[in-house]
Design a protein around this ligand. Structure first.
Ligand SMILES: NC(=O)C1=CN([C@@H]2O[C@H](COP(=O)(O)OP(=O)(O)OC[C@H]3O[C@@H](n4cnc5c(N)ncnc54)[C@H](O)[C@@H]3O)[C@@H](O)[C@H]2O)C=CC1
Ligand SMILES: O=C(O)C(=O)Cc1ccc(O)cc1
Length: 303
């Protein structure tokens, strides 16, 4: 059962849209909704941090800024949870009893299975829950880091439950289309494996290599980091990401991430062996594969 969500024409999709956690992602949603009159007639923002609330009010990103999540969601037709993965189910459980019948609950966390598992006991039959994951972001966080075009031409993955109302899924797809994104529906287990390899493992590698280089600089009292060339600098961009967000992602996608790390470690060992034995063909083949992948991403304008 869904409320009155207008997916046709140019009238707003929602009367009131509430964003809980207006950081990088939440504030980008608010900015886009502010700019594009077809998303929501009224915008409400709610954050646990007084500094974030003050900044969101200062930037004029919402019509109302609330400290109390129950007040924030009371008249919302759609609530989007944009808090770190570890807080999604907790905040969802707290607000669900206060939501209007027919309103849609959605969230943007980077992992899906553990969020769905933790929130399921609190779900209401009259409040459809649609988990999503916009595949767009930066290494910055907080309300100042957001921008209205963040989701343009990026994928947003939706992982509805088998019994999620298809009408609600369709409303949330329309929301993301109006955010500028393309949508794809998949199951949560597949989502978590895909994201483990294309997003979570690369972040793990970036954090690790920065730590290794830093340890080396300490040990040798040398200036290795001063001479960091562009390859290392590219890793440091990713490694600048928010610690709480990434702690939560690693712990909540543990199985898929550890599986991908084990596969990566095997492949890295194969490279080590090729280097040790001077296997030129193997080394060149690996490097050529990397180039091909980069080129195909650039052709699809993803890089
Ligand atoms: N940063 C990125 O590139 C992407 C992040 N995501 C996901 O989106 C979510 C938000 O990420 P960001 O916007 O980067 O984070 P952020 O750190 O910029 O914003 C999160 C906001 O949530 C607030 N918050 C934390 N706990 C809260 C609670 N219990 N109640 C109310 N507010 C609370 C924080 O004060 C902060 O303002 C995360 O789940 C993340 O995994 C998804 C796609 C990309
Ligand atoms: O900044 C980058 O390179 C990112 O990879 C951004 C990002 C971070 C987390 C996600 O779940 C999706 C995208």
């Amino acid at each position: 059962m869904t409320g009155h969500h207008d997916t046709t024409g140019n009238s707003p999709l929602f009367g009131t849209l509430a964003v809980i956690g207006p950081g990088l992602i939440g504030s980008s949603i608010l900015r886009r909704a502010r700019q594009d009159g077809t998303i929501a007639a009224r915008l409400v923002a709610c954050d646990a941090s007084p500094a974030v609330r003050a900044r969101v009010a200062e930037l004029g990103l919402a019509d109302r800024v609330e400290a109390d999540p129950l007040r924030a969601v009371a008249d919302a037709d759609c609530v989007i949870l944009c808090v770190p993965v570890g807080a999604v189910a907790e905040v969802g459980a707290a607000i669900l009893p206060a939501m209007k019948p027919g309103a849609i609950l959605t969230e943007v966390g980077s992992t899906k299975q553990s969020i769905i598992g933790a929130i399921t006991p609190f779900l209401r039959p009259d409040v459809p829950f649609v988990p999503t994951h916009p595949m767009a972001g930066t290494e910055y966080s907080g309300p100042d880091a957001g921008f209205a075009t963040l989701f343009d031409d990026r994928w947003c993955l939706l992982t509805p439950l088998p019994d999620t109302d298809p009408a609600a899924v369709s409303v949330i797809e329309t929301l993301w289309h109006r955010m500028g994104a393309r949508t794809r529906i998949m199951d949560a287990a597949h989502h978590d494996r895909v994201c483990a390899i294309v997003s979570h493992l690369p972040h793990l590698l970036a954090f690790t290599i920065c730590g290794t280089a830093d340890d080396l600089a300490d040990e040798t009292r040398s200036e290795v980091l001063d001479f960091a060339a562009s390859g290392f600098r590219d890793f440091t961009r990713i490694a600048a990401s928010d610690p709480v967000m990434w702690r939560d992602i690693f712990l909540n996608n543990r199985d898929a991430l550890l599986e991908m790390l084990a596969r990566f470690t095997e492949d890295a060992q194969a490279m080590a062996r090729a280097i040790r034995w001077g296997d030129e063909a193997f080394i060149v083949d690996r490097i050529e594969r990397g180039r091909r992948i980069r080129r195909s991403l650039l052709e699809n304008r993803q890089a």
